[in-house]
Design a protein around this ligand. Sequence first.
Ligand SMILES: [Zn+2]
Length: 422
Amino acid sequence: MRKRELCYREYVRILTQNEDHALVQMLATSTRSGLKFCPLEYIRVMSKELDRAISDCHLVKPESVVIEDLTVPKQIDRLDIFPSGSITDEVKQCEIISRFIEQCKGKNVLVYTDGSVYNGPVGCGSCASVLFPVSESDEVITQTSVVGQKVRSDDCEVEGIVLGIKMIVQYFQYCTSTRLVDDVYMFCDCDSAIEAVDKMVWNKFPATLRNLRKLLYQLEEMSVSVKLIKLPGNTGILGNVMADHSARDLAYKIFKGDVTASKSISIHDAYRIALEIAKKSWQRQWDNESTGRYTYNLIPIVGTKVICPSERSVGISYFRMLVHDTMLQDDSYRTGIADTPICECGQDNETVEHLLLRCSIHTEARQVMFDCMKDIGFLSKHKRITENLLLAPPCDKDISKKDNRIVKESLFEFLSSINRTI
Ligand SMILES: [Zn+2]
């Protein structure tokens, strides 16, 4: 997986070089003789699948940020309605936000923005913004914008905010009422997009933020300030629903080919596609492999995170158990190191399962382990504790991350206390 990914990254890097770059030329001309590859030919062959995925796209080189870009008028600011996780219940959050919006009616311009991507994490993307004017008799304005055919949801969400700001500028340019208006409130359900705009994260969205910067100067001239508010998911708030639908519709139209969109792809997104392809190919191999099936049963999904114990010797024992190659009698007998597979207790073969769940020598340590699991209600949730449940990292949603951490900690404690080389 790593080898393939490295080849992909190198391939993308070479593609972004100028035509006359030595590596580009070598990539075009290098060959192989039988199984003897020139390095660049090897990269090219390894990257065929990636090439198919991005060959019709225009790769955008990373832009360097000019110092003068960094000064930006502070016309846009984040407003936290629920400071530092004070209210975490989503239903309550929705109630508070709805009340807040009710109070703003007739006083503030309200804008809702959303982005949408169809067909994969890097796919056809669009954004939409809905502007509710101060006077309720004025028409609600919805605008959408195409983002691209190979973009991520973050790109679309940030574009959505910029589109919203553009609409605010237009609104105040043509606004007939001359009365002084309070702040504009803008709602977005994507935290990282709000963060990107609030902190102006140039390296990720250089072109979009450059557009935003121009708009912010216009807002400054008009003395309009925008407060950005994070909406919890699925609020059912009208403006948010409208923005969501409009963005989704447009993303689907781009996918169907009814609307044209740029095929530019940023180098970061190309890396992301490369990672997805490499992971899929690794998963395919892992699914069809004939060896390592014990480990496959424990960890069927590649890239699953495994918790490591802090104590090194326990870590070695744990990983030996995961790959089914331990120093226990049963394994040692299989590999010809021991004369018998029988455990010291004399009751059965010393397998991992026997050690963890049955061996009478470790009853006391096992009781401590089970007591810890009982405390978190794990034993009542899982009637039968199996070696798989103890060893495997959770690959589905059956076991929460918190429960898993406690189960693994008790297992590591058990392994540490039994004093048996595994
Ligand atoms: Zn035993």
